[in-house]
Design a protein around this ligand. Structure first.
Ligand code: ATP
Ligand code: MG
Length: 198
């Protein structure tokens, strides 16, 4: 198939939560996307200061969370690449795999803030249209961004972060309804987030 509109939702997904899923679903509908591809990072270069769950665990949680939505899929491009994950590599690989399709990179307000700091930001804008979504606690503005390169979208406010989910599990508090049921069960089965970082 060619000429499709593909969303790309990059993230660490440690764990994937309903904030990620709502953002992807909302942008899928607003931009009439044929598919949203979730792309768990290999080693996230911004997060080298804290312990991140294995790429395989994060990939599997993302598969579990997205399995029931026919428009959602998960890509292994970042998980299978060695070295730290950079968005430019993610988009280049996906562009190579889908040369005739249009890419829409979906990112929360906090991550969008870092776009200008990203290596070769101008090349990113050539590979994909950027969609910045609202996220509680972060300001979304495109003052410093190239005109027309980024669309800003209001999504239902979900005050959920993976950091908060990990801390809740470490403290023995529930994450039911913050993450999909299958992810709650996977976290427990694999005993993730039990040991708080030293
Ligand atoms: P962490 O606390 O570990 O950084 P996180 O909740 O920020 O985790 P990430 O995997 O870092 O999740 O985020 C992936 C993408 O999803 C980023 O673009 C981020 O801005 C966006 N995102 C995460 N949570 C939300 C949310 N609640 N609402 C909207 N966007 C979100
Ligand atoms: Mg984050």
């Amino acid at each position: 198939m060619s000429g499709r509109r593909l969303g790309v939702m990059g993230g660490t997904f440690d764990p994937v939560h309903h904030g990620h899923l709502v953002a992807a679903s909302e942008v899928q509908a607003r931009f009439d996307l044929d598919e949203v591809i979730f792309v768990p990072t290999g080693r996230p270069w911004q997060k080298e200061h804290h312990v991140v769950s294995s790429p395989e665990d994060r990939y599997l949680m993302t598969v579990i969370a997205t399995a029931s939505n026919p428009r959602f899929s998960v890509s292994r491009v970042d998980v299978d690449r060695t070295g730290p994950t950079y968005t430019i590599d993610t988009l280049s690989d996906l562009h190579r795999q889908h040369p005739n399709d249009q890419l829409f990179f979906i990112t929360g307000a906090d991550a969008l803030e870092q776009i200008l700091g990203w290596w070769r930001a101008d090349e990113l804008f050539e590979l994909a249209h950027f969609v910045g979504v609202t996220r509680p606690g972060y300001q979304l503005d495109d003052d410093h961004l190239p005109r027309g390169a980024v669309s800003l979208v209001d999504v239902p406010a979900m005050a959920i972060s993976s950091t908060d989910c990990r801390e809740r599990v470490a403290k023995g508090m529930p994450v039911w309804y913050l993450v999909p049921d299958g992810v709650v069960q996977y976290i427990s089965k694999r005993n993730l987030y039990r040991d708080p970082a030293p």
